[in-house]
Design a protein around this ligand. Structure first.
Ligand code: NDP
Length: 243
């Protein structure tokens, strides 16, 4: 898909990987809607950077993506302010790590609600636009935890494996309408999410010997948006940790 002139919605675009994806899409000429749950200052800053550095339109929107009806309202607001978005990057994500025996119901629900249901909510409310525009492209940010599992991450791994199932089903269901859906599965990427981890130990475990950068995940997301003959694919960006 040609990116220039399109409108893209990036959930979790205020920080980390989402911010890098938003800036990369803006650099290629897309107007950008940045969704974040609470850090409206960071989201505003990213939106201003998209506008100032690349001359595109950009807006910051506060939304808890796990809220079905609020997601609908935000999609409508984005449409009226930035036009019909035909690119959706479901990147918003949280962790509530812990052993299964210690995981509370509310933590499990929060992780599935944001990471998996949040992606469904956005797709559900943007599909009408994609169908009317006769084009659309979805990239879901999953994780290697959703492919190989990870002790202490039962809720997170389940949500990210669920995203892969969602990706493949949507790819099959929407292909006849020319709408594609792919996923990126990052390994360990240097962001706020990994800042509390033992980075030295992780670097030793990664075959390529280092953590990835948000920009390296953005490269894969943008590649998939442009790749018109790829749908239902999951691209690992993990330095080889899930080989
Ligand atoms: P960060 O913690 O740096 O940023 C998370 C982003 O998601 C923020 O913009 C945050 O908004 C937003 N967000 C969280 N909850 C919600 C919600 N309920 N509604 C809307 N927005 C929300 O995360 P990363 O950049 O590290 O991760 C981005 C994605 O990549 C996540 O899905 C994560 O699971 C995945 N990933 C990350 C890896 C890593 O090593 N970092 C590895 C594998 C996958 P706010 O600023 O308002 O809090």
């Amino acid at each position: 898909m040609e990116i220039r002139g399109k409108t893209a919605v990036v959930t979790g675009g205020s920080r980390g990987i989402g911010r890098a994806i938003a800036l990369r899409l803006a650099s290629e000429g897309a107007n950008i809607a940045i969704i974040s749950s609470g850090s409206s200052d960071a989201a505003e800053k990213t939106a201003l950077e998209c506008q100032g550095s690349f001359g595109v339109k950009a807006g910051a929107y506060t939304l808890d993506v796990s809220d079905f009806s609020a997601s609908k309202e935000t999609v409508a607001k984005i449409k009226s302010e930035l036009g019909s978005a035909t690119i959706l990057v479901n990147n918003a994500g949280i962790t509530r790590d812990g052993l299964a025996a210690m995981t509370s119901e509310s933590d499990f629900d929060a992780v599935i609600g944001t990471n998996l249901k949040g992606a469904f909510n956005m797709v559900r409310h943007m599909l009408g636009i994609f169908i009317r525009e006769r084009q659309g492209c979805i990239v879901n940010i999953s994780s290697v935890s959703g492919i190989i599992g990870n002790a202490g991450q039962c809720s997170y791994s389940a949500s990210k494996a669920g995203l892969i199932g969602l990706t493949k089903s949507l790819a099959k269901e929407l292909a006849p309408r020319g709408i594609r859906c792919n996923a990126v599965a990052p390994g360990f990427i240097k962001t706020d999410m990994t800042s509390g981890l033992d980075l030295e130990r992780i670097e030793k475990a990664v075959p390529l010997g280092r953590l990835g950068s948000p920009e390296e995940v953005a490269d894969a997301a943008v590649f998939l948006i442009k790749a018109d003959y790829i749908t239902g694919e999951v691209v690992r960006v993990d330095g080889g940790i899930a080989i």
